[in-house]
Design a protein around this ligand. Sequence first.
Ligand code: THG
Length: 264
Amino acid sequence: MIVVGELINSSRKAIAQAIAQKDKAYIQTIARNQAEAGASFIDINGAVGGNELENMKWLVEIVQEVVDMPLCIDSPDPVALKVGLELCRKTPMINSISAEADRWEQILPMVQQFKTKVIALCMDEAGMPESVADRLRVAEKLVTGLTAAGVPEDDIYLDPLVKPLAVNHSFGVEILETTRALRQKYPNVHIISGLSNVSYGLPERKLLNRIFMIMSAAMGMDAFILDPLDQTIMSLLAGSRALAGQDEYCMDYIAGFRAGKIKA
Ligand code: THG
């Protein structure tokens, strides 16, 4: 299972404030804590509040001063993505490409040039997907187009685009069914989601995020954008991986327990 640590995101008030005040120590502590907690990638988003190019450059530089791990460069602006990618020391992930023509044309060359991993959103000109069928149709365009462009399947992370359960009680099931179908059709492509979208507008969000992680992992999702400082979700993830047959002799589960990282 792959974890993208979501906490360095300028849509969060504490991060927007730390960026505005150039509070390097605060950002670096969050980066270190996410790495220590077991994140595989650290998401970097400096899009909110203006000066995105400068923010991206600063965030990528100061995070790499303290953690030796790959970043997930997250921006709606292709220029900001490029600024981030050029500074990355380890092969990064791009968040994100989609099947919208503009986005596709701007992002694909960067995926090829920097040989990155890439999150591919299941949306096209028609906008946000409205059904399982929409997502599967767009996923087919994405996987076919990316592989034809020379992107290895192992570098593709399909994102079915989770919507809030509070808006429609079927939005959880839509993602679970999409994940099951995608996993069957593309056994070698990664499937990723931002978990917290599902719980938006509901109480005890962490509870729903945790349950959704387990249910989607059972359907074949193998990558998650989440808060790795939630020790419970990280413990559940390690257990889910073992129970899904992906942890031989439960060695990682046991090692995680011995290291004090896995708790009920
Ligand atoms: N897919 C992809 N990228 C994504 C998402 C996705 N990026 C954004 C988001 N979804 C995942 N990232 C975050 C980052 C931070 C928070 C949630 C998701 C977060 N939110 C709190 C809230 O919403 O209440 C706190 C806000 C605050 O602290 O001010 O922490 O699905 N590809």
